[in-house]
Design a protein around this ligand. Structure first.
Ligand code: ADP
Ligand code: MG
Length: 459
């Protein structure tokens, strides 16, 4: 079976656009020229809806799914309203270094003909050179991560005195517990009145409540109901035992030769070990996670952009908000604990109307998690059979574990082939291909195994 052939057929829904030209949104000529040169023909829905209230000076809370051009949605008005004579007049806060660079470069691209200077500031880069550049350039717009922004502020390099506008990109992350205190400190230092624009792909009630504390009668914009869906991504899950995941991934990468694949793992450790394993088996692979030196991270993102990589194994933190076109496949090697993270991950593919495939490795105990993801994403994720792959034997330590420690009775088995689903069916209807290695279970799971399906693997 050639999985990769299906990828174009599925893509019907395109990035939603509305038929208003950029020039009708009230943006100045120089900004519109930059937009035209970037090749954007029409504003996306979020851009069309959010730009007018931002230009009117309102506080705005905007939600639109990943890949819908939220950067330009706040970047264009900042360029339009910018005053070249005022340094540090607007602050755009983002959660990661990569995103700081990306947002800055998008603003520079769109602002080519507009005399507004933008500069990214983020940790990991030598402080002295960043300060030197900052003082020389006196940027009007600052795109920064909270830590480095506070650092430059505390050193007296970055003054908040002129800040008139603050953007929180990926606001759900920025007001999440990890950054909440930093944001409180930074925003607390900004003189009022100031304009606040917060955007994200997902905004929970809690985040909205927190956001409103900073905002004055904000306009809330939610583009398309169920904005959490990333529908043009062809999503599938593959049932796999934890100990078979490496082999399955290697198999998929070798047999299917995807273009550009982003593989997500939960921890930095897994990222490193998996990348090493793939490398040893002849796959050209790079890893991307928060503990890597910044120069290395930058070089990988650069290579990713120029299309010089084929497989990147990443942690969530490093890949958040990353906009790289041409990612054909996202593989969730580890399913994320938080369903929202799933949405962010798969949003790395199918950018700006392109097609994309997302596969998730799901082990027997992750059925509930997969269901939670489906509920949030408002989509049914079908199982992908992969009969070409032969699972390995159950490792001895796992077998011993299974003998010793029966799982609780209600432990779900593989989702689609859970005990009830299978045993209610007539034997003749059972598709042997549904079972890894072609082994069709021949009876209900034994009680002594606590409901865990017995297989003949490894005998
Ligand atoms: P988001 O922040 O919503 O995830 P980005 O701002 O990263 O999305 O934009 C996703 C991609 O869409 C980028 O490559 C960007 O250059 C492109 N893009 C943005 N606006 C438009 C537009 N109006 N027309 C075409 N492409 C666009
Ligand atoms: Mg974004």
């Amino acid at each position: 079976m050639r999985l990769f052939e299906s990828k174009t057929a599925q893509m019907t829904e395109q990035t939603q656009t509305v038929h208003t030209p950029f020039s009708d949104l009230g943006l100045r000529g120089s900004v519109c020229r930059g937009v035209a040169e970037a090749g954007y023909e029409q504003p996306t829905e979020i851009q069309a809806q959010i730009i007018p209230p931002i230009l009117a000076g309102k506080d705005v809370l905007g939600q639109a799914r990943t890949g819908t051009g939220k950067t330009a949605a706040f970047g264009l008005p900042l360029l339009h309203m910018g005053d070249p004579k005022i340094p540090s007049q607007a602050l755009i806060l983002v959660p990661t270094r990569e995103l700081a660079m990306q947002v800055d470069s998008e603003i520079k691209k769109l602002g080519r003909y507009t005399p507004i200077r933008s500069q990214p500031i983020y940790g990991g880069q030598r402080l002295s050179s960043q300060i030197g550049e900052f003082e020389k350039k006196q940027p009007n717009l600052i795109v920064g991560t909270p830590g480095r922004v506070m650092d430059l502020h505390n050193r007296g390099v970055l003054s908040y005195a002129n800040i008139k506008r603050v953007v929180l990109d990926e606001v759900d992350r920025m007001l999440d517990i990890g950054f909440r205190e930093d944001i409180r400190k930074i925003l607390g230092g900004v003189k009022r009145p100031a304009q606040f624009v917060f955007v994200s792909a997902t905004i929970t009630e809690e985040i909205e409540t927190l956001s409103r504390k900073y905002m004055d009668d904000p306009v809330k914009i939610v583009t398309s109901e169920g904005a959490l869906t990333v529908r043009q991504v062809d999503q599938k899950y593959i049932s796999v035992a934890p100990w078979d995941k490496r082999a399955l991934l290697l198999h998929l990468l070798k047999h299917e030769e995807p273009d550009l694949t982003l593989v997500f793992c939960r921890t930095k450790d897994t990222v490193d070990r998996l990348a090493q394993h793939l490398g040893k088996h002849g796959i050209e692979v790079h890893s991307l996670h928060g503990d890597m030196p910044q120069s290395k991270r930058n070089s990988i993102v650069r290579k990713l952009r120029s299309g010089h990589l084929s497989v990147v194994v990443a942690s969530d933190l490093a890949a958040r908000g990353l906009d790289v076109s041409g990612i054909s496949h996202v593989i969730n090697y580890d399913l994320p604990e938080d369903p929202e993270v799933y949405i962010h991950r798969i949003g790395r593919t199918a950018r700006a109307g392109q097609s994309g495939v997302a596969w998730s490795f799901v082990s027997a105990d992750q059925g509930k998690l997969l269901t939670a993801i489906e509920l949030l994403a408002n989509i049914e994720i079908a199982e992908l059979d992969y009969p070409d792959f032969t699972p390995g034997p159950i490792p001895e330590d796992k077998r011993a574990e299974m003998r010793k420690e029966p799982l609780p009775d209600d432990t779900p088995n593989s989702r689609a082939s859970g005990p009830e689903a299978v045993w209610e069916k007539n034997e003749d209807n059972i598709d042997p291909e549904k079972f890894p290695g072609g082994v069709v279970p021949s009876g209900p799971p034994k009680r002594r195994l606590g409901g865990r399906m017995k297989t003949r693997r490894g005998r």
